[in-house]
Design a protein around this ligand. Structure first.
Ligand SMILES: Cc1cc2nc3c(=O)[nH]c(=O)nc-3n(C[C@H](O)[C@H](O)[C@H](O)COP(=O)(O)O)c2cc1C
Length: 344
């Protein structure tokens, strides 16, 4: 079975659902000595299986697949309807889908796919996989990683029998992996959260959130992390599939800060503050994935127009440092800076 010690470079490409994590990016990072990742979230099981085969045909190195854990049932349908009505008033020509209470992101089917393809590493976000799924994936030889954002979540993940934790700090771009949408996400900075979890957990820890320099990587590894996971730092690389408007916004002086918002999906996520967040953050119901499906229409329309104010511009606090060029170059430079920071 895979272990984090197998990596030549202890840097993991964060899984980024919505298009950024391409098979090309996963192959490039795994070939460069890090751990490349495919994002299973939102994709159909068929597309996920195709991407896994594509990666397996192009690299012999280990790689990972990330899955979204199904959510608790919808509580406040009326609030979601009110949000839909508000969006419809602003977008009179838009057609909104019916509110779906059954979407589980094809979780069981995707577990079957990673088992059939014997994926070396499988990570989870938004909660924990059920015990029987853990057992079946272990039997298939997968190394399992749970995303956690607090000490209580870390303890639950250990009890569930996973092999490592991805400790996600509040600096992280994209969705927080909190186990429920209603939890206020923790505010303990990544370095402190790592120390707090390290004190109570002996499993290997991966850290994620706002990491963009060798100095940060060196100090997180020295504080007990086995590896770092980077998302935003890879968004502008050649192999990234992030939309051009998203990539451009990361260096656009009109976007000056990131905020945690529920506005796009009903789940806390960090992104560049834009017009949609400013207009809707105060009224959005905390219902995921129903809000995610509602805003699809608005986001697709903004994508057609190349309008960054209607897109979910997910980004961590280190967004201004996101480098360009090949993923291998970005990874190599960060790792060289890490060594330099250790020596200095
Ligand atoms: C565009 C984007 C999409 C993301 N999608 C996922 C995802 O599908 N699954 C997941 O576990 N984490 C996802 N994340 C969070 C990352 O796993 C990671 O925690 C985060 O990128 C770390 O912070 P950083 O972006 O500052 O490096 C996403 C992050 C970004 C920026």
């Amino acid at each position: 079975m895979f272990t984090l010690n197998d990596l030549a470079i202890p840097i993991i490409a964060a899984p980024m659902a919505g298009g950024a994590s391409t098979p090309n990016l996963a192959v490039a990072v795994s070939d460069a000595g890090g751990l490349g990742f495919l994002a299973g979230g939102y994709k159909t099981p068929t597309v996920l299986a195709e991407q896994i085969v594509d990666v397996q045909q192009r690299t012999n190195n280990p790689f990972g697949v990330n899955l979204f854990v199904p959510q608790l049932p919808l509580i406040d349908r009326a609030a979601v309807e009110a949000y839909r009505d508000a969006l419809a008033r602003e977008n009179p020509s838009a057609v909104f889908a019916e509110i779906d209470e059954t979407d589980d992101d094809w979780f069981s089917e995707k577990v079957a796919v990673v088992i059939a393809r014997q994926v070396p590493v499988v990570s989870f976000t938004f909660g924990l996989p059920p015990v029987d799924a853990v057992e079946r994936m272990h039997t298939a030889g997968s190394f399992l990683i749970a995303t956690v954002t607090s000490v209580p979540e870390a303890r639950q993940a250990v009890d569930r029998g996973v092999d490592a934790l991805c400790v996600q700090g509040p600096e992280a771009g994209g969705h927080r992996g909190t186990f429920t949408t209603r939890d206020e996400p923790g505010t303990l900075a990544l370095g402190e959260l790592l120390i707090a979890i390290r004190e109570v957990v002996t499993l290997p820890l991966i850290v994620a959130g706002g990491i963009h320099s060798g100095g940060q990587i060196a100090s997180l590894l020295a504080a007990g992390a086995e590896a770092v996971q980077l998302g935003t730092a890879l968004l502008r690389t050649d192999e990234s599939g992030a939309q051009q408007a998203h990539q451009d916004a990361l260096v656009d002086p009109r976007f000056t800060e990131t905020v945690i918002t529920w506005a796009f999906s009903g789940r806390p996520a960090r992104g560049l503050r834009n017009g949609f967040i400013t207009a809707h953050d105060a009224t959005v119901p905390h219902e995921y994935p129903q809000v995610h499906h509602l805003t699809k229409t608005v986001r697709a329309d903004a994508a057609r127009r190349g309008d960054p104010h209607g897109l979910a511009l997910w980004a961590g606090t280190g967004f201004r440092e996101a480098g360009t060029g090949s993923a291998a170059t970005v990874l190599g430079a960060l790792w060289a800076d890490t060594h330099a920071a250790v020596v200095s």
